[in-house]
Design a protein around this ligand. Structure first.
Ligand code: HEM
Length: 424
C-alpha cells in the first residue's frame, strides 16, 4: 500500500481552552493537540468544566473497573449517546442496568437456537453472493454492505429462528438501507430508522419472557433500540475498515484465506483463527469505533506516578492509548503481527481496549469477534479484495470513529484452493 493508513490529524494548541465538551467530542481533531499521542494525560478547560484526557493504560483501566464507585459514567456520555435513545441501559448508573444487561443476553441462549456462527454465515453468504455476481474488478459499496451484513447477522443470531428471520428479511434490509442513506445524519435519525425493527424484536422478547419465572419484565423499547444500534453499528465500521485494510495488504489477505480454508470441522472456536484474530485486533487498535469513553472522576487519580486531583470529567481516549508513541512501535502502521506469537503480556492487554472493560464494558465483544471472523473468512474464501485506484479511505468522527470511502474496495474471484487442501 502507499504509505500509512488514514489517521486523525489533531490540530489543537496549548493552552487548551475548549468549547463545550460535546463539541470537542464530535470534532476531536479540531480541539485536541497532537501531543495526546505522546502523553499519558492532557488537561483542558471546556466551557468551565475540567476535562482530562487520559491515555495511560493503568489509569484508564482503574477508571473503567470503577471498584469504589468513584468513576460513574458521565452524564455527558448520556447526552452523546443515551439521551438520544431515551431512558435506557446506558443512561448513567440506573439501578436496573445489571438486570437489563442480563436480559439482553438471553436470546443468545434460546433453547434450540443454532450457534451464532451458523446464523452469521447465512447473513455473510447473502452479501458475498451479491459481490460475487458483480463484474470482475468492480468496486463494492463496502460501507453500505458492512452495515447490511452486520444488522442481518445480529438479527438472525439474536431474535429469530430461520423461518422468522426470513419473514423479517425485508424489514431488516430496509432498515439497513435507510440508515445507510442517513449515514451522516444525527444519531436520532438512525434510531428512528431502527424503531420498527426494535418494536418487532421487543414483541418477540416479550413472548419469550412469558415463560420466565423470575418475575422480571423484558427489556424496554429504548434498551432494545440501544442493543440493535450498538450491536451492529460498531461492527459495521470495524468490518469496513478491515476489508479495506486487507485489500491494501494482499499478504495478510492470503494468510487469512488460507487459515479459513484449513479451519477445523469442530465447533467454532475463535481461538482457532489466530491470523483473523490478529487482523481484527489490529483493525480495532487503529480504528476503535468508540474512540472515547466518558466518566466522572470523583476522587484523585494516580497517572504514571503523578496525582491528578479529583473533580473532573475524564475522556478515556482509546484512540490515543492505541496509538501512543510511548508504547507502540510504528503506532500508525498496520502490523497485525503485533498480536501474533506467544500470549500477549499484561502490559499489552492493558494497552488495547476497544471494547472497554469493567462492569460497563461491551456485552457483545465475543459475538462481534465471531461475526468478524466468519465475515472475513466467508468473503475471502470466494473473493479477492483489491484497492480501487484513486479511491481513498478516510476517517470521519461523529463521536464514533467511522470510515469514509465507499468505492475504495473492488472484488474479483479468489484464487482457487490448493488441490487436496481445505476443510469443506
Ligand atoms: C467491534 C464491535 C464493538 C465494539 C468496538 C464495541 C465497543 C463497546 C464499548 C467500548 C462499550 C463500552 C462503553 C462504555 O464503557 O461507556 C460498549 C458497550 C456496549 N456494547 Fe459494544 N461494541 C461492539 C459490538 C457490540 C455488539 C456486537 C453488541 C451486541 C450484540 C454490543 C452491545 C453493547 C451494549 C449493549 C453496550 C452497553 C453496555 C452497558 O451500558 O452496560 N456491542 N461496546
Amino acid at each position: 500500500m502507499n504509505g500509512e493508513p488514514p489517521k486523525l490529524e489533531f490540530r489543537g494548541r496549548f493552552p487548551l481552552v475548549l468549547p463545550g465538551a460535546g463539541r470537542v467530542l464530535r470534532d476531536p481533531e479540531a480541539h485536541w493537540p497532537p501531543e495526546i499521542l505522546e502523553r499519558s494525560v492532557v488537561e483542558a478547560r471546556a466551557a468551565g468544566r475540567r476535562l482530562v484526557l487520559l491515555a495511560a493504560p493503568d489509569a484508564v483501566h482503574e477508571v473503567l473497573q470503577n471498584q469504589d464507585g468513584a468513576f460513574p459514567r458521565a452524564r455527558l456520555h448520556d447526552r452523546m449517546l443515551g439521551a438520544s435513545y431515551g431512558d435506557n441501559l446506558v443512561r448513567g448508573d440506573r439501578a436496573d442496568w445489571r438486570r437489563q444487561r442480563r436480559q439482553l443476553l438471553q436470546p443468545f441462549n434460546m433453547p434450540g437456537a443454532d450457534a451464532p456462527e451458523a446464523r452469521i454465515a447465512l447473513a455473510c453468504e447473502r452479501v458475498v453472493g451479491e459481490w460475487a455476481g458483480t463484474p470482475n474488478g468492480a468496486a463494492i459499496d463496502v460501507i453500505r454492505d458492512a452495515r447490511r451484513l452486520s444488522l442481518d447477522s445480529l438479527w438472525r443470531s439474536f431474535f429469530c429462528d430461520e423461518k422468522a428471520a426470513r419473514r423479517a428479511d425485508p424489514l431488516v434490509e430496509a432498515t439497513a438501507l435507510a440508515m445507510d442513506a442517513h449515514e451522516t445524519a444525527a444519531l436520532t435519525t438512525h434510531l428512528d430508522d431502527l424503531r420498527p425493527l426494535a418494536a418487532v424484536a421487543l414483541e418477540r422478547e416479550a413472548a419469550g419472557s412469558g415463560s420466565d419465572t423470575s418475575g422480571e419484565t423484558a427489556v424496554d423499547l429504548n434498551t432494545m433500540l440501544l442493543f440493535l444500534h450498538a450491536g451492529h453499528d460498531n461492527v459495521a465500521s470495524a468490518l469496513a475498515w478491515a476489508l479495506w485494510l486487507l485489500a491494501e495488504h494482499p499478504d495478510w489477505q492470503a494468510r487469512l484465506r488460507e487459515e479459513w480454508r484449513a479451519r477445523p470441522t469442530a465447533p467454532f472456536d475463535a481461538g482457532a483463527f489466530p491470523v483473523a484474530g490478529a487482523v481484527i485486533n489490529e483493525t480495532l487498535r487503529l480504528y476503535p469505533p468508540i474512540m472515547h469513553l466518558i466518566r466522572e472522576a470523583n476522587r484523585d487519580l494516580d497517572v504514571d506516578g503523578e496525582t491528578v486531583p479529583g473533580g473532573f470529567t475524564t475522556v478515556l481516549s482509546l484512540y490515543a492509548m492505541h496509538r501512543n508513541r510511548q508504547w507502540w512501535e510504528a503506532p500508525d502502521a498496520f502490523r497485525p503481527e503485533r498480536f501474533l506469537g506467544g500470549a500477549p503480556d499484561v502490559r499489552r492487554r492493558l494497552l488495547w481496549a476497544p471494547f472497554g472493560t469493567g462492569p460497563r464494558g461491551c456485552v457483545g465483544s465475543a459475538f462481534a469477534r465471531t461475526e468478524m471472523i466468519v465475515a472475513l473468512g466467508t468473503v475471502l474464501d470466494r473473493l479477492e479484495l483489491v484497492p480501487e485506484p484513486g479511491e481513498r479511505m478516510a476517517c470521519r468522527v461523529d463521536f464514533v470513529l467511522r470510515p469514509e470511502g465507499r468505492q475504495a474496495v473492488a472484488v474479483r474471484p479468489a484464487p482457487p484452493r490448493a488441490s487436496g487442501g481445505g476443510a469443506r
